[in-house]
Design a protein around this ligand. Structure first.
Ligand SMILES: Nc1ncnc2c1ncn2[C@@H]1O[C@H](COP(=O)(O)OP(=O)(O)OP(=O)(O)O)[C@@H](O)[C@H]1O
Ligand SMILES: [Mg+2]
Length: 238
């Protein structure tokens, strides 16, 4: 059981982490906008689906159609996986943060509603792999004055849900470029079993992309920085 690994389907990645994510773990894939977090996450579900493992993709950011269209560019026919019940996409519209006290209470309740919804999907679909895209959307939708404690509670509850359901999961997270008075990402980084950090730096008319495995429980990692690419076949590590 200890040595069981979930192959990510990212060429060159599994070698960095003893063959894949530890089964049952929750890994944060963190990076700025456009670094390939969503593509990485979908690729992980596609690899699972191809191996007969059910995958659940929960998004707060994109419509199902946009995800399918994006995937098509990489040659992944999500519709066919969905027909085979190997993939389910759930798009949850999240309310934007509002100012009044009444709205804040409502938003806090909606975070619970969202967790209930995820719990229900896990129970009904029984996926082996789950993607939450993104955990930042979930926590930033919480009113700021409920603070660290509450954010931690929500993320803990989410991770507990995912783990109790026996899933191996990816939580995408937008890394704040500057650290704020407190970083919500720090909370999820602390609680997650693993952290994969994606960075893209523009170099004239090309992009220099680097990947780091910052943390992976039950795994020997070397802390090196690796180059990665996004090509017609998706994300790959060089
Ligand atoms: N067909 C493609 N071929 C090569 N690269 C692509 C292709 N489609 C998208 N990309 C690259 O992937 C990036 C977008 O990836 P993705 O949507 O996974 O990013 P993200 O980290 O999830 O961003 P966000 O935080 O905005 O959701 C684009 O910036 C682009 O550089
Ligand atoms: Mg994305």
């Amino acid at each position: 059981m200890e040595s069981e690994r979930a192959k990510t389907g990212i060429p060159g990645f599994d070698e960095l982490v003893e063959g894949g994510f530890p089964s049952g773990s929750a890994v944060l894939v963190s990076g700025a906008a456009g670094t390939g977090k969503s593509i990485f996450a979908i690729q992980f579900l596609v690899a699972g689906a191809r191996a007969g493992e059910k995958g659940l993709y929960i998004t707060f950011e994109e419509r199902e159609k946009d995800i399918k269209d994006q995937a098509k560019l990489f040659g992944w026919d999500l519709d066919s996986f969905m027909r085979d019940r190997k993939l389910k996409i759930v798009s949850i519209k999240y309310p934007y943060l509002r100012k009044s006290a009444k709205d804040m209470i409502e938003l806090s309740e909606r975070a619970n509603t969202t967790l209930d919804r995820i719990g229900k999907e896990l129970e009904e679909f029984r996926p082996a792999r789950v993607v939450i895209d993104s955990v930042a959307t979930l926590s930033t939708a919480l009113p700021p004055d409920i603070g660290t404690e509450r954010t931690r509670d929500v993320i803990t509850a989410l991770l507990t849900l995912l783990k109790d359901a026996g899933t191996t999961s990816i939580l995408t997270s937008e890394l704040a470029t500057e650290s704020a008075w407190f970083s919500r990402d720090e909370i999820s980084e602390f609680l997650a079993d693993g952290i994969v950090l994606l960075k893209s730096v523009s170099m004239g008319n090309s992009v220099n992309r680097t990947l780091e495995v910052r943390k992976m429980r039950r795994t020997a990692i070397n802390g090196e920085t690796h180059s990665y690419d996004i090509t017609k076949k998706g994300v790959s590590v060089k």
